[in-house]
Structure formats: structure tokens, C-alpha cells
Design a binder for this molecule. Structure first.
Ligand code: NAD
Length: 360
């Protein structure tokens, strides 16, 4: 059946990197029978400029109707003076909540050719391949009550609520075990069960769900130790699953183990594996329009879409291998260039991946 992909280029380098991802999708369509329909929509600052909203009704209709969404990036200095309610980032948050994208997948994969980009020693990070799974729509970022109040003595007090219901933990735990089944069969659940009752429940529920997956190894780790272990010996991890705030912090830490945010894709999934796929980096206004942005995180987001939403692991592997091949050929965009590599533009990198795909 033809898959409908809503394409939301967004702001800054968004349109440039999305162009290259589209070339890759079209190559799969033309060479490998991937039946796909693409439709563009507005989001972020560019949507605000045209419609007065960072997430116009037309875009909402488009994404509701699509099988998956491919997003570039949003934001930029131009829109910083705007009221929070219409800032570009509201477009992203709106998409996540509108589509109930509760499972955020953040791989941290280090390519052998880019080992030097990591600030850690090569022996600590070489071969690194971690998947961090972050619960995205619950926890302390959404819990009520929240706010800042003034006490009787005149002092102000800020408060937020960490809340997770059993069903929220259960569904993300299932995702973790199912993803691990496609990888190295290990799940590490991260909590702070020694201090926070809410995460004690988290641990209980993950343990219960784990019994349904007897061939996946489950371990638990306190978040402070997890942060330490990620830097000390990151290769011990396969899939890490955790709540919204811990996942926010740990996934950025894991990303930096690879040294290059411009190489890392991400996915946010709903209960039916419909997903929004995007690079983890932002709109990079400092290099926008120069044709030098690295499109690989966006291209790898397409690979994740094929793997996690469309069950097309074969096509996903082809993209991963084509990216690998381009790097092995010594091609680099400026952000990842080093001695003995050839610096290429955004579109040259996209073309190299397409050519690798055609030959695979
Ligand atoms: P950023 O990720 O846009 O850029 C950080 C640095 O990395 C910059 O020097 C940039 O040039 C470089 N960089 C990022 N992606 C690159 C790529 N593909 N190729 C080459 N170099 C790349 O983060 P920032 O500068 O903090 O934020 C810029 C804007 O992006 C802000 O408005 C921010 O709110 C927004 N933002 C959006 C998202 C998103 O859309 N998901 C995420 C983060 C930041």
C-alpha cells in the first residue's frame, strides 16, 4: 500500500537537509518499488510568517492523514522576540501532543570514520551503538499541579509534579522490549526508585512487562549511576528506557558521546507506530543558506522511518549502508571534516548517498 509521508521542512537549514532526504526517498521509490506519496506542509517560523501560526490547521490536517512525518528543524533568531504561544517550538510541541507521540527513540551510533569527533577515548566509544527510549508525553514536564506561588511569608515557591500512570509506563516498556528484540536483546530501565515513589512504580511495571519477554535481558539503574556509566563505559548499554526528564538529559549526553549532532536521527512514535522523524539538531541559523549543512541525520531519519513505522528493515539497511559507504569514501560535510577527507556540500553528500543506494 502506498505510504503517505507529510514533509515539514521548517526553518533555517530545514529545507536544505530535507531536500536531500527527499532525493533518497525518491531513489527508493524509483529503484526499489517503495510506494510513497509525499506532501509538504508548513511548520515553525516559516509557518508563522505565512499564516500567523507555527502549526496551521492545514498542517494538522496533513499530519493526521499521513502515515508518518518527516521534519527538518524549526526556530531561529528572527522569531525569538515572538510571544511563547506562537514561537516556532510551539509547532513541534503541538505536533507531539496532537499526534500523541509518546515514545522518543534517540540512537547514539558512532561511525568508525568519525571516532575522532568524540571527546572520549576511542577505546571507550569505538563501536558505540545505544538506543535511548524516552517517554515523551508524561512525567514532570506535564504533571499537575505546577506553577510558582507566593507563600504567606511572602516567599515565592516553585513546584512541579512527577506523575506516571501504570498504563503510560507499560506501553513505553513494551516499546523498549520490542526494540531490543530487533537489536542486542538488552534493556536497561533508568529510574530513581531509591528516592521517588513514582519511579518505584516505574521499576515495578517495567519488571512486570519484562516477564512477557523472557529472551530479553532486563536491568535497572539509578539515573545518577546511568549518567556516570554513559561516560565511563557506554558500550555496556543496548536499549535504555526512561521517563521524560531523565531521558531528556541522558539522550543529549549519549548524543555527545558521538561528538557530532549532525549525524543523529530521532523518532517519536504513537501507539500504532505512526511516527515523526527528525534530526536531533536544530535549524542551525549560522550556516543556513550556505549549502554546507550535513544532511545525514535527516537521511538517517528516513532510515528510522522505514524500520520503525513501515517495517521495511531491508530498505533501512540499504540507506544505512549507503551512508556508511559515503563516509568510507572520505566524503564529509564541513562540520565533520578532518585531515585526509574531502569536504562536500549538502547536495553533494545527498547525491553520494543516492549513488550508493543505486549501486547497492
Ligand atoms: P543547532 O543544533 O541548530 O546548532 C548548533 C550548532 O551545530 C551550530 O553551530 C550549527 O551550525 C551546528 N549544526 C547543527 N546542525 C547541523 C548540520 N546538520 N550540519 C552542520 N552543522 C550543524 O542548535 P542552536 O544553535 O542551539 O539552535 C538554533 C535554532 O534551532 C534555535 O532557534 C533553536 O530553538 C532551534 N532548535 C530546533 C530544534 C528542532 O527543530 N528540533 C532542536 C534544537 C534547536
Amino acid at each position: 500500500m502506498t505510504k503517505k509521508i507529510a514533509v515539514l521542512p521548517g526553518d533555517g537549514i530545514g529545507p536544505e537537509i530535507i531536500n536531500e532526504a527527499i532525493k533518497v526517498i525518491e531513489c527508493l521509490r524509483d529503484n526499489y518499488g517503495f510506494a510513497v506519496e509525499l506532501e509538504n506542509g508548513l511548520v515553525g517560523g516559516s509557518a508563522y510568517d505565512e499564516t500567523g501560526s507555527p502549526l496551521p490547521e492545514q498542517t494538522l490536517a496533513l499530519v493526521r492523514d499521513a502515515d508518518s512525518i518527516l521534519l527538518g528543524a524549526v526556530g531561529g533568531p528572527k522569531w525569538e522576540p515572538l510571544d511563547y504561544s506562537v514561537r516556532p517550538e510551539r509547532g513541534l510541541l503541538g505536533l507531539r501532543s496532537e499526534l500523541n507521540l509518546y515514545a522518543n527513540l534517540r540512537p547514539a551510533l558512532l561511525y568508525p570514520e568519525l571516532e575522532a569527533a568524540s571527546t572520549l577515548k576511542p577505546e571507550v566509544v569505538s563501536g558505540l551503538d545505544i538506543m535511548i527510549l524516552r517517554e515523551l508525553t508524561g512525567g514532570i514536564y506535564f504533571g499537575e499541579p505546577r506553577g510558582v506561588k507566593t507563600l504567606e511569608n511572602g516567599e515565592r515557591q516553585g513546584f512541579n509534579t512527577l506523575v506516571y500512570s501504570e498504563s503510560e509506563v507499560r506501553r513505553i516498556a513494551h516499546n523498549a522490549f520490542q526494540i531490543a528484540a530487533k537489536r542486542n536483546r538488552r534493556v536497561c530501565s533508568v529510574d530513581k526508585a531509591n528516592v521517588l515513589e513514582c519511579t518505584e512504580l516505574w521499576r515495578d511495571v517495567v519488571t512486570e512487562v519484562g516477564k512477557e519477554y523472557p529472551d530479553i535481558e532486563l536491568s535497572h539503574m539509578y539515573v545518577d549511576n546511568a549518567a556516570m556509566q554513559l561516560v565511563r563505559n557506554p558500550k555496556q548499554f543496548d536499549v535504555m528506557v526512561t521517563g521524560n526528564m531523565f531521558g531528556d538529559i541522558l539522550s543529549d549526553c549519549a548524543a555527545m558521546l558521538t561528538g557530532s549532532i549532525s549525524m543523529l536521527p530521532s523518532a517519536s512514535l504513537d501507539e500504532n507506530s505512526k511516527g515523526m522523524y527528525e534530526p536531533i539538531h536544530g535549524s542551525a541559523p549560522d550556516i543556513s543558506g550556505k549549502g554546507i549543512a550535513n544532511p545525514l541525520a535527516t537521511i538517517l531519519s528516513v532510515s528510522m522511518m522505514l524500520r520503525y513505522s513501515f517495517d521495511e528493515a531491508g530498505l533501512a539497511n540499504r540507506i544505512d549502508q549507503a551512508v556508511d559507504k559515503a563516509l568510507k569514501q572520505g566524503l564529509r560535510t564541513a562540520d565533520i571534516a578532518s585531515d585526509n577527507t574531502r569536504t562536500v556540500s549538502t547536495s553533494e553528500m545527498g547525491d553520494a548517498v543516492v549513488s550508493g543506494l543505486q549501486q547497492s
